[in-house]
Design a protein. Structure first.
Length: 87
């Protein structure tokens, strides 16, 4: 038995969700809003999101959400090489 994508094994051999995944109605793991998959199939924060204390992804200040739920720069800001928002 191997873990399904989005699951990892705890010490009790029960499956627990990986950070950045949530359970849908079918009990399969789906990415949480604000996460995207990297090549290692682990979930990583999308650019423009940061983690709050509850471990959920929230928009960074100076970003706004478009209809597609991707982060876009707010008017009046531009992105520098470090990908942080600057006026």
């Amino acid at each position: 038995m191997v873990p399904k994508e989005g699951y990892s094994t705890n010490l009790g051999s029960d499956m627990v969700p990986r950070e950045g995944y949530s359970t849908n109605i079918g009990r399969d793991m789906v990415p949480k809003e604000g996460y995207s998959s990297n090549l290692a199939r682990d979930m990583v924060p999308k650019e423009g999101y940061s983690t709050n204390l509850a471990g959920d992804m929230v928009p960074k200040e100076r970003y706004s959400t478009n209809v597609g739920r991707d982060m876009v720069s707010r008017e009046g800001y531009s992105t520098n090489l470090a990908r942080d928002m600057v006026p």
